[in-house]
Design a protein around this ligand. Sequence first.
Ligand SMILES: Nc1nc2c(ncn2[C@@H]2O[C@H](COP(=O)(O)OP(=O)(O)OP(=O)(O)O)[C@@H](O)[C@H]2O)c(=O)[nH]1
Length: 629
Amino acid sequence: MSGTAIPILLKRAHKLPSPTGVALSIMQLCDDERVTIGQIATLVQSDPALTGRLLKQANNLAEGMMWPVVSAVEAVNRLGVQSVRLLALSFSLVDQYGRGECEHFNYALFWSHALLMAVAVKDLGEMLELGMADELFSCGLLSRVGCLALATAYPMEYSAILVRGLEPRNLLAEERKALDTDHIAMTDRLLKQWGLPEVLIEPLKFHEDPEAIIYAHGTRQWRLATLVHLSLRIANFVLHPSKDPAFQLSELHLLAGKLGLDESDFTECVDDLLQQWRMWGNSLNVQVNDVSSFAAMVESHTQWFKVLVAGEDARFAEVISDYLRDECKYETLTTDNSQDALSLALKFKPHAVLTFGSGQRMNSKGLCQALKSNTWSQHIFVMMLLENDDEHRVLAAFDAGGDDCLPQPVHLRCLQARLHTQARYVRISEAWERDHKRLRMAAEDLAQSNQRLLQSALTDPLTALSNRRAGLHTLAQTWSNASRYSAPFSVISIDIDHFKCINDLHGHMVGDDVLKLVSECLQKQARKEDTVCRWGGEEFLIICPNLELREGAYMAERIRQAIALNPYATDTQSIYITASLGIATWDNQIGSIEQLLGNVDQALYAAKRGGRNCVGVQAKQQVRVLKVA
Ligand SMILES: Nc1nc2c(ncn2[C@@H]2O[C@H](COP(=O)(O)OP(=O)(O)OP(=O)(O)O)[C@@H](O)[C@H]2O)c(=O)[nH]1
């Protein structure tokens, strides 16, 4: 957190969410190493609501055991001291912060969402063996407590941000701009303060943006961060349904798949956790929606799967089509001839084609071959319904490019099961495709940022010339070319004369402008193949490949004149600028770049000593200064 915000936050620290009463006493007591279970249980008993909730949680854990947990001592024993501490904290926050001053912060929705995340992180986390149930529950419940903290500490300011309904990424940026902190940082701060395990806190930082996860794929930390993100998406799916629930669902299944959860296990688990969410909602007085089962939601959003039924027997085609529409909620079309089937496939873009018949109007084998030979239709799943399942017919169906076949009479339930698998495959592969596209875009963004970073690391910000580091790199390349092809090259150093006086007399801003003016002048004078760089302060270097000493000396002299003839004009006066230049050329005798640069320096110093505004030339261990008559 930077500058001004610390005092503001410190001033408002007392307004940040914190447990009170019995919960606070329990937390303090649990932090004492000598505490006994009996002491904690006595404290728990002083709060009947808390006792009831802990008993419920302990009995959830004890599911399948012969005797239910009935006393506070047993509950504390079963849950463990740390779990009791975290649960007391969580329940206390839910009780106290059900309402508040921040106008556009929906407190009821916040807790409803948090509770659903809590149950999701706990249930899925247990299934994936990522931690202890109660720790996972508290971690899920408080994973976005930073939002509540901002609403509590800055009610007016945060309300003004929330009313704009920003996307998560923009919301974070706005929070930082207006409050100099954000809800992710606040969550991190509070959870550390409340003593949640560090291994659970760290992954929470990435729960809104899984592409930013820094952990290696498949590690425990990666799985935790992905789990919390999945739980966030489940809670969003239930509480903030989008215009495209089928899309949201396919994203959920893809994420679950990444965590190794099988689709039917996942559906079952979500159904179970929705039930728990309702139970917890009642017990904690948190509002919960009356949602239909998750399995039913999955079922009702499979409508997008489109099937073209193309069969010679139009009546039978209608029967299949009606069944798929009514029972599976698929979108269907029927036809009884091959030609129409192709044009319908082009317009309707079905995910699957069911075809049967080998008469004049409908040639299912021919239709299958036509679909599989066109690029636009190759991917369509083609199922052929055969008159019987003799080996010859089955092999011929696959030879024609069919993806699957069923013998007639068709068992509609079997057909449904096969198409359902295909629909699931299509849904996952579409989601995968989107995921892949997002990753590719993220990789492109990263490559561009890296390129910009590299560029800025090699560029002088004031003059936009190559900087010293880039200059050294070019020198090394030029050196290696010269050694390989025995092609000479020259290096010219340019140092503005009495630059300190310009700064002292006219100020640094003018000094900067003069540096820019000189750099433009150098670029104009340099050849295309030369590299002009800012070597430091008021010194520049030009690396000139394939330039002998004689021509190099002419070029240096030309540059000197150009600088001298190009004064810097202010509104009131012209500032005359001169520079001293040194030049040296590579030859086989020079053993290193440092030696060559040393020669250029000698030439430059000679020019300075020789009265400035002139060119020093270093050749064959001799230095001379070119004097202009
Ligand atoms: N405005 C401005 N001044 C700079 C920058 N970098 C270095 N300087 C100044 O450049 C001046 C260089 O001064 P000196 O090394 O004494 O050289 P000089 O005054 O040019 O004298 P001679 O080279 O001996 O002719 C110092 O005052 C630096 O503060 C810059 O980016 N902008």
